[in-house]
Design a protein around this ligand. Structure first.
Ligand code: PRX
Length: 673
């Protein structure tokens, strides 16, 4: 591979000329000198070893990286698609993240630095720092609160919280006693909370009176109250498994507290001690369920288990972020998504790192909020999403330029393909041309990073996640599952099991097999399209199923369609994505109305709000278009390919002979309010 050293550049003006040079960015030498892994030859050797003798590789890593209460007997039991890793072993996740640092110099180091959203009057946000010893204490206390409420091994606990330390505390407290947490992002609605409670059978909910977002209070507790009374089609309460609700006082707004059911977090702490032994958990004990959208039906409860997940999160944090003792590491994701699980909580803490957690939005009260935080805490590693980077580009270089960003040494990207322009801007304007960028490809299902450069080792090119992590064997294949030649596009699959892989879909092993293990025989199917270049670098193209990636959030078209048709005025709906400069993809809904219903701007608004209510503000579409009919094949399938083209405003291409009614297309293109 040819590699020209990249010159640092300070502005976004010359980005397009830089891009035309198709540069390869070698790892900075001062970086390589100190990195955990130092050379490409070293990486290749270790990777080869890890995929040719995976059990020996993973066994060694698991013994080295994790603290075991009982050693495992067997590294892997694989009966496709069901994996059991580190069989016979026992350990505890919270003990690996916290107890192991007690009695070491790390005990009094900051584990979490929390920055609250600034008050509306422009005053800086609140600040809370928890050392490892303090976090340990808080986790033990809350674990005792859970125990006092009768929560124990295997019980599900739903967390619906803002980005406050209590979110991490509650997650770790669950792991301490063997309870299974399911975190629900605060941007989901009462209905979504109720659906997730019903599916997971959660016995307890932890929430807050509210959370701050751009100066407004998000009424989390109110949503929970609503969720707890919602009924399913059979008239039964969806959330009938819930016995208790623990409420964190965050905003001080008035909330209803149901006698005998609702408890204040701070009050409950008065009844407990800070001593709570860590439960001995089997390697394969369920650790958490996280709901994510698929191409059909309701969101799936992705199940992760104890040892394999923790090993994946720990090892990737160590190598991909090259974590060192002195780092201040900041992942800007919300703990409601998998990135927050693996790279705010479990990965960094298992490595004894200092992690920053921020409650609010990147542009509140002004567009330099992130850069202020970096300057204030001397953040050295920043991990964020392309959608945020593109927004920062739009807001202008003057915002980052106001701040001293010289503490940064490494930049990360996650959630969607990063377009080369955004990559270059991130590199030049934020990284000052000196920080390597790790573009990390992975999924809720994979648990931890699968494809990514290793800083100090991998030469990078804007727009590619580059090479697989140790033990990961991805391939780009055709419809028959054969590897496609270099340079050709295909489906991205993973050929071998890995420790942090999902263990299943909660309560639905059949769907697990169908979705992930039926598309390409003997392989895990990712749902992504990909191309491998002449250097073996993986270029992710995006989803090839009916899942959209809107501002880094995964949204199933089927979910939105069923939310739309549940509205009394809607007859049919089809949802597609169109390219969007900021969000990557924007959500466009095509809707036909029941007879007697009139298309209007008001109805559009009503439908947007209806989706907000059914799924959550996170899923509100960018555009709703009314049509007289939807284009369908003779067998009645909606022709999404055509709708995508209509939504993007491009000329209709391709074979249209299977259309039931060709005139439908013309009407659609012209469809207005
Ligand atoms: O399409 C890929 C995209 O995000 C999907 C996974 O979404 P989710 O489970 O919500 O997890 C997001 C955070 C890990 C993938 O199937 N994706 C994620 N990271 C990248 C990406 N696409 C391209 N490049 C990435 N670095």
């Amino acid at each position: 591979m040819s590699s020209k050293p990249a010159k640092p550049s300070a502005t976004s003006k010359n980005i397009s000329s830089l891009l035309q040079e198709k540069r390869v960015f070698p790892p900075p030498s001062e970086f390589s000198a100190r990195a955990h892994l130092k050379s490409m030859a070293g990486y290749r050797k270790l990777w080869k070893e890890s995929v040719t003798r995976p059990e020996s590789f993973w066994g060694k890593q698991a013994r080295q990286e994790l603290q075991w209460q009982r050693p495992f007997k067997k590294v892997l039991q694989w009966k496709e698609p069901f994996a059991r890793w580190f069989v016979g072993g026992q350990l505890n996740v919270s003990a690996n993240c916290l107890d192991r640092w007690l009695g070491t110099a790390t005990a009094n180091k900051a584990a979490l630095i929390w920055e609250g959203e600034p008050a509306t009057d422009g005053k800086p946000g609140e600040e809370r720092v928890l050392t490892y010893a303090q976090l340990h204490r808080e986790v033990c206390r809350f674990a005792n609160v859970l125990k006092r409420q009768g929560i124990g091994r295997g019980d599900r606990v739903l967390l619906y919280l803002p980005m406050i330390p209590e979110a991490a505390i509650a997650m770790l407290a669950c792991t301490r006693i063997g309870a299974v947490h399911s975190v629900v992002f605060g941007g989901f609605s009462a209905q979504s909370v109720a659906d997730r409670i019903q599916d997971s059978g959660a016995r307890l909910v932890v929430t807050a009176d509210g959370g701050y977002r751009r100066g407004a209070v998000v009424p989390l507790k109110k949503n929970v109250d609503e969720a707890l009374v919602l009924q399913g089609p059979d008239g039964e309460r969806l959330a009938k498994s819930v016995e208790k609700v623990v409420v964190v006082r965050r905003c001080g707004n008035e909330v209803h507290m149901a006698e005998g059911r609702d408890l204040w977090w701070h009050r409950e702490l008065e009844y407990v001690t800070p001593v709570c032994p860590a439960a001995r958990m089997d390697s394969e004990a369920p650790l958490f369920i996280l709901y994510t959208s698929g191409s059909t039906g309701k969101p799936k409860g992705i199940l992760h288990s104890t040892a394999g997940y923790l090993l994946g999160a720990k090892l990737t944090s160590k190598y991909v972020f090259d974590l060192r003792d002195e780092d201040v590491y900041w992942c800007t994701a919300d703990v409601g998504w998998v990135t927050g699980h693996s790279y705010i909580v479990y990965g960094p803490l298992a490595n004894g790192a200092t992690a920053v957690m921020y409650e609010g939005a990147p542009n509140w009260p002004e567009a330099d909020r992130f850069w202020r935080i970096i300057e204030k805490y001397r953040v050295s590693i920043l991990y964020t999403a392309p959608t945020a980077i593109r927004a920062f580009m739009k807001w202008g270089d003057e915002w980052p330029k106001k701040h001293d960003l010289s503490s940064l040494r490494l930049l990360g990207s996650v959630g969607e393909p990063i377009n080369p322009e955004a990559w270059m801007w991130y590199h030049s304007v934020i990284g000052g041309g000196r920080c390597p960028i790790v573009d990390t490809w992975w999924q809720t299902e994979t648990g931890s990073i699968m494809i990514s450069p290793l800083p100090g080792v991998t030469p990078t090119k804007p727009g590619t996640a580059t090479l697989p992590f140790f033990g990961i064997l991805p391939e780009v294949v055709d419809d028959q599952g054969r590897r496609v030649p270099k340079g050709s596009g295909g489906k991205l699959v993973v050929r071998k099991p890995w420790p942090s892989m999902l263990r299943g879909i909660w309560g639905d092993p059949k769907r697990f097999k169908e979705v992930y293990w039926s598309e390409v025989k003997g392989s895990y199917f990712t749902g992504d399209g990909c191309r491998c270049d002449e250097d073996g670098y993986f270029w992710i193209v995006g989803r090839i199923d009916d899942v959209l990636n809107v501002a880094g959030h995964r949204i199933g078209t089927a979910e939105i369609e069923s939310a739309l048709v549940s509205h009394p005025s809607v007859a049919e709906a089809a949802v597609v994505g169109r390219p969007d400069e900021l969000k990557g993809q924007a959500l466009v809904c095509f809707v036909t109305l029941k007879s007697g219903q009139k298309a209007s701007a008001d109805l559009k608004n009503t439908l947007r709000n209806h989706i907000g209510k059914e799924i959550g503000p996170v899923a509100k579409p960018d555009e709703i278009r009314f049509a007289e009919a939807l284009p369908k094949t003779r067998s009645g399938k909606i022709m999404r390919r055509l709708l995508k083209q209509v939504a993007s405003g491009v000329e209709i291409r391709g074979d249209t002979t299977t259309l039931e009614d060709l005139s439908v297309l013309a009407k659609l293109s012209a469809a207005e309010d």
